[in-house]
Ligand binder design. Structure first.
Ligand SMILES: [Zn+2]
Length: 266
């Protein structure tokens, strides 16, 4: 069994190095296939021994082999994060269709997490890639229902997930622009991002993911203001909280939802 976990973790590290490529190339509209990776400082092409996830960073002591320029520790961190996410999903689902589906979705969402922090955008290409994967999972679920994942075995449950999250955020965006007369109270990127998440989680757990995202967003914003890192009027990107909320829900959504309804019934 341990061997499976090690395999999934290494798979996550390798996919994580692809997530790094997405993070640095998608926002500037560069191809994610060519050219091969090179040092951002000296431009020397990186070879296989420079591209082993996490290990290359450790062996190179975080510096470029050629020019000695410091390599951002975020590269190995993104790889480790992706590895950890894959292991947690595997612990929950084993080698099943939901594991593959959610590992695919999280690969895209981890890229979205960092791109939204860096650039305050959620690229349409990534939302479309997520939607395409969600469509495959939807069709698979029509043939082979997953009530343990969606909460029931109705074929349209994933499809109905397109509505609640995106609809709610769209309402917030419209109200925000009316009240504050500003475009960016709630970005349209956030509205679009909730659509594939709803497709992957189904309507029931899409609502849970939305609630968890808003809760995490409020909590972290409060901490950022209290610690003086952000001022009260600063805005915080909401995309990373949607990503965190989606991950927490795909892994522990059932328990959270049951706990919540038990709580309000007592
Ligand atoms: Zn270099």
């Amino acid at each position: 069994m341990a061997a499976f976990y090690i395999f999934v973790f290494i798979l996550g590290l390798v996919v994580g190095s692809f997530v790094n490529v997405l993070i640095y190339r998608v926002p500037v509209r560069k191809s994610i296939v060519t050219p091969p990776s090179s040092c951002v400082s000296c431009g020397k092409r990186l070879t296989a021994r420079d591209l082993v996830p996490v290990f290359s960073y450790i062996f190179l002591k975080g510096k470029c082999r050629h020019c000695g320029e410091r390599i951002s520790p975020r590269y190995p961190l993104v790889e480790l994060l992706t590895g950890a996410v894959f292991v947690i999903l595997f612990a929950r689902f084993g080698f099943t269709a939901p594991f593959l589906a959610y590992a695919y979705l999280m690969t895209i969402l981890i890229a979205v997490f960092f791109i939204d922090i860096d650039h305050r955008i959620i690229p349409n290409g990534l939302v479309l890639a997520a939607l395409a994967g969600g469509l495959v999972f939807f069709i698979w679920n029509c043939v082979n229902p997953h009530p343990q994942v969606f909460g029931d075995d109705k074929w349209w449950t994933p499809l109905a997930g397109l509505l609640p999250g995106s609809g709610f955020l769209l309402l917030v965006a419209i109200l925000g622009s009316l009240i504050y007369r500003t475009e960016d109270a709630m970005g349209m990127g956030d509205v679009k991002l909730m659509a594939p998440i709803g497709l992957f989680l189904g309507w029931r757990f899409c609502i849970t993911a939305l609630v968890v995202s808003v809760f995490l967003g409020g909590l972290v914003s409060l901490l950022l203001v209290l610690t003086g890192i952000k001022k009260r009027k600063d805005t915080v990107a909401f995309g990373p909280f949607i990503v965190a909320g989606a991950f927490v829900t795909m892994t522990w959504g059932r328990e959270i939802t049951e706990w919540f309804f038990n709580y309000i019934n007592t």
